[in-house]
Structures are given as C-alpha cells and as structure tokens.
Design a binder for this molecule. Structure first.
Ligand code: ZN
Ligand code: ZN
Length: 595
C-alpha cells in the first residue's frame, strides 16, 4: 500500500474551507512542513525576491517513490492524516492535504525526489503535469516553486510588498527553528543568508542564531512542572523589550501555537518591569498530554485551547515571576540599546545587495566562548550560594536581602540623574523614576492594609464633576470609602471630602484626589490588582520628586537606600528603568585601560 493515502471525503471538506494560498509564506510553510514530516534533519529554503519569483526547499528526508510523488499533486491526497481523529491531536503537523496541488495550480513547479531506490523528476505548469522522468538525487526532496500566481490576478493584490512577504517568511522560519532545534535550517533570500542553525538540538544556540549574542546573554532558563504540564525554555531580561509580540514563542509538544490567554499571562509577569506596550523575548515549550489540548478552534491558525488552562497559567506565572524576582536587572549602559533588532535586520538584508558581512565561523566562535563562560559562571554562582546559605542558615529574619549592593552618591547631573558608585562600577539613577518606585511600593502596601488609618483634611476638598461623570462616581461611592475617604454629597454635582487615608499625606493631596477620582470613573473592575496598581502608580508619580528638582547629597543617600529596600528596585511602576550602570570593567575598557 502506498504511503500516501487518499483522504476521506469528510475530512477533505472540513479542511477545504481554510485552504487558500494567500502569501508566499503559506507556500514556504507547506513545503517546510512536508520536509519535517519526511523526517528531514536539514532543510534549506532559498528565495528569490521574497519567494515571489522563486521558492526552493531542499531537504534530506525520506523522499518519495515515483507513484507517491505523482499522487502528492492530486487533490485530497495526504500522507499526514489518516482519519478525522488525528485532526484533534497535535502529533502530526499536517492539517491539510490540498496545499501542494493548490500551489502547483498557480505556479511553475519542479520537484526532484528520491527515496534511495528511485529518483523522480516532475514538472508541473499551472496545474498541468508536463513531465515525469527518472533522475539522480541523493535521498530527499528538492522542490522549486516559481512565478507564483503568474496565471491569476491575485498576485497584484497580495504580493505588492516584498519586505512584508519576507518578514512573514522569516518569522515563520524562526518559529520552526525554535520548534525543531535538532533540525538544521538555512534561509536565504537573493543569495543572502538570513538564518542558519546547526541542528545541534540546543535551544539557546538557536536563540543565538536568530537574535544574536547580545540578546542570548540576557536570556535565562526556566523549567518546572505540575501534575498537568511541564514547561521549559528561556525568558529575557526585561530590558530586552520588543514593541510587538512576535518574539513570544509558545510551543506545545514541540509545535508552535498561538494562544492569547497564555500570551497575556506571560506578559503580565513582566508587569511594572517594562512599559505596558512592550513585550519580552520568550521561547517556551509546554509538554502536555494531548488529551488536555483542543486544536479544534482553527487548525490553520495554530490557535488551540487547553482544558486545564488555569493550572498552566499558575505554573507559568510562578516560574517566570520567580526568575524575575531573583535577577539583578540593572541594564548595562553599553548594551542596553540592543533591542528592536530583527525587523531592521531583515530590511537591511533585503535592501543591501552587495557584500554579505555575515561570517558564520566568527559568530560560532563568539557563541562557543559565551557558552563556556556561562558554564563557568553557573558553577561559581552555585558555590557562592551554598556558601552564603551555610553562613546564614538558621535565618529567622523575614526581611529580604536587598537585590542590589549599596551605592554611594557623588553628585547630580541635569538635576535629574544621580551619579553613584560602588566597587562594582558607576551608576546613573533617575531620581523621579527611583522615587516613584519607592512610593509605589509604599502605596500598594498601605492600600492592602485591612484597616485604613485616616486623617482629617485641614481644608476640606470639593470635587465638582460633569453630571455624567458624577453619576458614575456616585455608583461607586463604596470604592472611594474602601480606599479610606470620608465625604458627603454637596449641591448638585459635587462631593466634599473631609477625611482621607493617611498614606495620601505624602502626595500632593488635591492633585492626587482628583487623579484617583478620574481613575474610578474610568475603571470597570475595582477588585482587580490592576486597579490598585493604577492608583498606586498614579499617586506615586504625583508624590515624587521631579526632574529638575535639585536634591542634596543627603537626600540622594536616603533615596538610594530606600530604593535598595524595594522589592523591584530596577524599574518605575510604568516599566522604565531606574538605574543603569557602567561596570568597572566596562569603564576600563572604554578608557583602554583593559582590552
Ligand atoms: Zn512619573
Ligand atoms: Zn514612571
């Protein structure tokens, strides 16, 4: 019986709906997934003009017999799915069996394939089988799709922007390389190398091949499991921010998926570590019994559902926040401009035709020395931790040790940045951001106290609102009371506040009260952590010293020691950094004292 089986009509119909080749990426995806299904360990993708002119995929997989090769271009043929049940499990990559004939129908296609016993050459033009002959080839398949959509009007509509097409393909190949670190991927466009992985089955190495060494150095491993799920992978230091979610890669049983809820959960862990519209770089593999997964949602969109998602969310949150809470997150001044990388990298590769500066062997060496260094470091750190534990062992003290070493202020730059030092190097601290972090943690703590201490205002504050806003506020008077305010309605659209929670006395009170009322009017869920976060962050901003406020050395000292006492001293509540550093080594390097 042939490997390729004629697909059941029922399944064919289910799949046909989502079956359109809209972009060059769809073609690359279909060909690459065929290569993976054929157990390839090397997949080369060569594009001409982002695939619009030509897409060639060469693999070293099992190849096909002549019979299977011809059959693979007939509609409803697939070797990937045997029956409808398979569709609901995630073991197989293939959901579709129709893409290959669809692609052949709108292009010039040639294929060489060999299963070691026989080599076959096939040529198809616009869906018409022109040639089937024997040929020589080492084991594997080599497909070239050219002039995509040459015989349809679609071409103009979808394929206008080569850069967009290339960005889609690159993103897809990145995801596949991360999903299959044991497969060697090579991606080229117009002869330029865009990605080359070594198939050595090391995820961190693939991350390095995609994002470069400066990013790789700022990735940390996470690993853990509960009764339902096992999670492993890498997350970035918060300083590596991206402005889109493309760099969050979630794999389930080695397969790339999309799930908005999990994305949210991951990004939420970085809350206050980075601005809200930014995303970390994350590569996570989730292992789960296929029984917990429902791919029914929309297979071609890679969107899936988990039946015990809360268990998974709890696991992810605890693994990620635990890591973030234990890192020293002071960005290095010399490397903190790293991010927003990839997009520009692609466009550069696309637009500069001449020299290829990519030197694989040099990069390999750099990475190898990094890997060695990390390993040495890990060993040292472990020793240090065990030593410390030995010293500290019966520790009753609940106070956590500060996450940063003491820093000594030496002056103020532009009445905004504190310059400080210690034996490790030089530090620049944004006085507003630092003060904001201190106040933010103070307010959050005070707001969570069950019994709120209150104080009377010397002069009662009247708040007058437009009637629509006043009605919303009136509906939520209890929220204002829960926060610790006492007040009464006054006249038509106003309240008079006579008593306020004691924590507010640090802030510019009138300003802060108006801000709190604004937030109440805009908020929908008053029980969420986000509501308290938002109030605390807003009031903290109002209560903090500003840029251009001159502060004394003594005030700097107090500010720095309070900052050290914070749970997260590294960012303000809006996710901007409070401290950056030049390490001692970096300074020596910059002044050429050390090489
Ligand atoms: Zn602020
Ligand atoms: Zn801020």
């Amino acid at each position: 019986m042939s490997v390729i089986q004629i697909m059941e009509e029922d399944l064919a119909n289910k799949i046909a709906a989502g079956e359109v080749v809209e972009r060059t990426m769809n073609v690359v995806k279909e060909l690459v997934e065929n290569s993976i299904d054929a157990q390839s360990t090397e997949i080369k993708i060569e594009l001409v003009d982002a695939g619009v002119k030509e897409i060639r995929v060469i693999d070293n997989g099992v190849g096909m017999s002549k019979e299977d090769a011809v059959l693979s271009f007939s509609r409803h043929a697939t070797s990937k799915l045997k029956n409808i049940d398979d569709l609901f499990h995630i073991h197989s990559l293939g959901f579709r069996g129709e893409a290959l004939p669809s692609i052949a129908a709108v292009s010039h296609l040639t294929m060489k394939t060999s299963n070691q016993e026989e080599g076959t050459y096939i040529e198809i033009n616009g869906g018409k089988l022109e040639k089937v002959t024997a040929c020589d080839l080492r084991q594997g398949t080599d497909i070239t799709v050219s002039d995509l959509f040459y015989n349809t009007p679609v071409r103009l509509k979808y394929l206008k922007n080569l850069y967009t097409e290339l960005a889609h393909i690159t993103d897809y190949v990145h995801k596949m390389a991360l999903s299959y670190p044991a497969i060697q991927f090579v991606l080229k466009n117009n002869g330029k190398l865009l990605l080359s992985t070594d198939g050595s089955n090391r995820l961190l190495k693939v991350i390095n091949d995609i994002y470069g060494l400066s990013v790789t150095k700022k990735m940390v491993e996470i690993k853990g499991e509960n009764d339902d799920y096992t999670v492993s992978g890498y997350i970035s230091y918060p300083e590596l921010m991206k402005s889109n979610r493309n760099a969050v890669t979630i794999l389930v049983n080695g397969r790339f998926i999309k799930n908005t809820e999990l994305l949210r959960t991951i990004v939420d862990c970085y809350h206050t570590y980075m601005p809200p519209d930014k995303y970390p770089i994350v590569v996570l593999n989730i292992e789960a019994d296929p029984i917990l997964i429902d791919v029914n949602v929309h297979p071609t969109k890679m969107d899936i559902k988990f039946s015990k998602i809360d268990s998974l969310k709890t696991l992810l949150t605890s693994l990620i926040t635990d890591q973030l809470e234990h890192l020293t997150l002071i960005p290095d001044a010399s490397t903190s401009t790293v991010m927003e990388g990839n997009e520009t990298k692609i466009s550069n590769h696309y637009s500069t035709p001449a020299v290829d500066t990519f030197n694989p062997s040099e990069k390999e060496q750099e990475y190898a020395s990094f890997e060695k260094m990390t390993f040495d470091l890990e060993v040292k750190e472990e020793d240090a931790i065990t030593d410390r534990l030995k010293e500290e062992l019966p520790f009753e003290d609940e106070e956590e040790t500060p996450r940063i070493k003491e820093m000594y202020p030496v002056g103020l730059v532009h009445a905004t940045y504190i310059v400080a030092e210690n034996e490790g190097g030089m530090f620049l601290i944004d006085q507003h951001a630092a003060n904001e972090r201190i106040n933010y943690e103070y307010y959050l703590k005070e707001m969570s106290r069950p019994k709120k201490e209150k104080m009377d205002l010397l002069v009662p504050i009247t708040v007058e609102l437009p009637s629509d806003e006043y009605l919303i506020l009136k509906e939520n008077f209890d929220v204002l009371e829960r926060l610790g305010f006492e007040f009464e309605e006054f006249g038509f659209n106003s309240i008079v506040i006579r008593t306020m929670p004691i924590w507010l006395q640090r802030a510019r009170q009138e300003d802060a009260i108006h801000k709190i009322i604004d937030i109440i009017i805009e908020t929908e869920d008053f029980n969420s952590e986000k509501f308290f976060h938002y109030i605390a962050a807003t009031v903290a901003c109002k209560a903090s010293i500003k840029a251009n406020d001159y502060i004394t050395l003594d005030e700097m000292r107090t500010l720095l020691s309070r900052l050290r006492a914070c749970k997260n001293p590294f960012t303000c509540p809006h996710g901007r950094p409070t401290i950056i550093t030049y390490s001692k080594y970096e300074l020596e390097r910059l002044f050429k004292r050390a090489m």
